[in-house]
Design a protein. Structure first.
Length: 563
């Protein structure tokens, strides 16, 4: 990888260190994340609930609140219309619970991925009308549901849209559209995900009802949805994540307790990484495998027996998802072995008959990370190709699809992730046209893998105090990544060991100080170069390690350069 070592302005680092009485290293880390003012740095290091923005700054929110209270007063039935991913389901969970605490009568709808597809559907609105629903509130969806909102109006139903996806070609003619990304919305924080927008609605509802004391308890679920949706963990999202993670240490909800237990996290502090790699995949597995309601029912379970059963079912679905994912990944690799030209192209397009549509996005991510190329994985079924694409920074995948939009039945997404559908017979044409487009727009170094380094360190700089300072920056995520450091002139002082056939462990020394280093999934690419007579440069993160009751600090290797 190309190492890019940050170089923040020295006077900014000095002012932060002096004003906040923190080390130069922590001040450097703050500056690298764009936190350059002492007041904003203080808020960043100590997120508090009172730092949240006034919900009424969001366009249409006051109108939405008024309509909801009218609905509650009239005892009208309210339908909450969600999405099947973690963001969408957690948004349904918190809004449903909040409305019921306010005395509302609610129903909900979670689309089934392979039956209903993505987005709001008119037939669900029509069914809601037949069942006496008078108000529909969408969460994490609806910003493009022009026809559905119009159909609701024709049937005498009001719609409140809460969403965070970019609007296109205007807004639906709903009673209220809550979305910080709408062009006429001056809400300061544009980074909220679906559950974040839903929480802002809950925040104002509870403030009006005098129930503010209950708001913090919602942040446990808000944190899960926010972290899972991979939005920037700054601003309000940082407050949600920080306070929510703290609350997860003492869950009261039966479903949340059971989910934490089935993930093996009930005996330690839960981190953003735990949500991303343990909690969220089990919630996501429900939607990926074609379900949806189990997530809502889990958090609504009134006893431990039911919640434990639902959590175990989600765990089973996740294991099934992993097996299917591994099978497709192996088949994709076999396809590349037979047709090596596929990975020699700028945009890698791999298709397979009968592949499970719910997991091809994850496969695309893994293939893209391995080859550092844009990747489309396409599942063919009855002559139709259902695709999912992922791309590293440096290539705008949605613009690439726009360049051949005539090939698709439908497509959408953003710069680094897309989904689409097209006739299977046109896949080869898609491959050719995407690579023609890439040849025009990709420069020599646009797709070169790189690594952002926060600072250079000596091993003698690494101690418990540094680890504690880094912990003040947590939770980590987009816009606030885990700090990565670099150290040069390191000597390998113990024979490298391979762990579980994939991971690499070795020990390095500098200035008389030695530390263990672990390189996850580096066993096949690096061990032969780590002989004791060679000097190394390492890029690494820091992590605590406890072995046989003894605590130490280890280096989590991101890259190795042999000098």
């Amino acid at each position: 990888m190309l190492w890019k070592i940050a170089s923040p302005e020295l006077h900014v680092v000095r002012e932060l260190a002096h004003t906040l009485k923190i080390s130069g290293t922590l001040a450097t880390l703050l500056a690298n994340r764009g936190v350059t003012e002492p007041l904003s740095a203080q808020k960043f290091l100590q997120p508090k609930f009172e730092y949240l923005e006034d919900p009424l700054k969001m366009t249409d929110l006051a109108k939405a609140v008024e309509r909801i209270f009218v609905s509650i007063e009239r005892q009208e039935k309210i339908l909450i219309y969600g999405d099947y991913d973690v963001d969408g389901t957690t948004a349904v969970v918190i809004l449903r619970k909040a409305l019921e605490m306010l005395g509302a009568t609610t129903a909900y709808h979670i689309p089934r991925r392979f039956v209903d597809g993505y987005g709001m559907k008119s037939e669900i609105v029509e069914q809601a009308a037949r069942e006496g629903v008078k108000l529909i509130i969408s969460v994490d969806t609806g910003i493009k549901a022009f026809d559905v909102v119009q159909r609701a109006a024709d049937l005498g139903l009001d719609c409140i849209i809460t969403d965070h996806h970019l609007p296109e070609n205007g807004l639906p003619h709903a009673l209220a559209v809550l979305n910080p990304k709408r062009p006429d919305c001056s809400y300061p924080d544009k980074n909220l995900c679906g559950v974040g927008v839903a929480f802002k609605l809950v925040q104002e509802l509870f403030t009006r009802a005098g129930k503010e004391k209950y708001l913090v308890s919602f942040l446990k679920i808000v944190a899960i949805g926010t972290i899972a949706d991979v939005v920037p963990l700054v601003g309000e999202n940082r407050v949600f994540a920080k306070i929510g993670l703290e609350g997860l240490q003492m869950p009261a909800n039966f479903g949340l307790k059971s989910l934490i237990e089935v993930c093996g996290l009930d005996s330690r502090a839960i981190t953003s990484s735990d949500i991303g790699f343990r909690l969220a995949p089990r919630i996501n597995a429900v939607g990926r495998m074609g379900g949806g309601e189990q997530v809502i029912e889990l958090f609504a379970a009134a006893d431990e027996e039911k919640s434990r059963s639902l959590a175990q079912e989600m765990d089973r679905l996740n294991r099934e998802r992993q097996l299917i994912e591994d099978q497709i990944l192996r088949q994709a690799e076999e396809r590349v072995t037979v047709e090596p030209r596929l990975v020699k192209q700028c945009v890698i397009v791999i298709d397979g008959e009968g592949w499970h549509r719910g997991v091809i996005g994850i496969v695309a991510t893994k293939v893209s990370e391995e080859h550092h190329r844009p990747v489309l994985i396409i599942a063919k079924e009855n002559g139709v190709g259902y695709g999912s694409g992922r791309s590293p920074e440096g290539f705008h995948l949605l613009e690439a699809l726009e360049s051949c939009r005539d090939l698709f039945d439908r497509f959408g997404g953003h710069a680094q992730a897309v989904g689409f559908q097209l006739p299977a017979a046109r896949i080869e044409e898609l491959r050719q046209r995407l690579n023609t487009h890439a040849a025009r727009v990709v420069g020599d170094h646009d797709l070169e893998p790189s690594l952002e380094i926060d600072s250079e360190l000596r091993l003698s700089d690494i101690d418990d105090n540094l680890l504690q300072e880094i912990d003040r920056l947590a939770p980590f995520g987009p816009s606030n990544p885990q700090p990565v450091f670099a150290a040069n002139d390191l000597a390998v002082i113990a024979e490298p060991r391979v762990l579980k056939g994939r991971h690499l462990k070795f020990r390095v020394e500098q200035d008389g100080k030695a530390l263990d280093a672990v390189g996850w999934n580096l066993a096949h690419s690096k061990p032969l170069s780590l002989s004791p007579d060679r000097k190394l440069s390492l890029a690494f993160a820091l992590a605590p390690n406890t072995y046989q009751g003894i605590q130490s600090i280890q280096l989590i290797v991101k890259d190795i350069q042999v000098q």
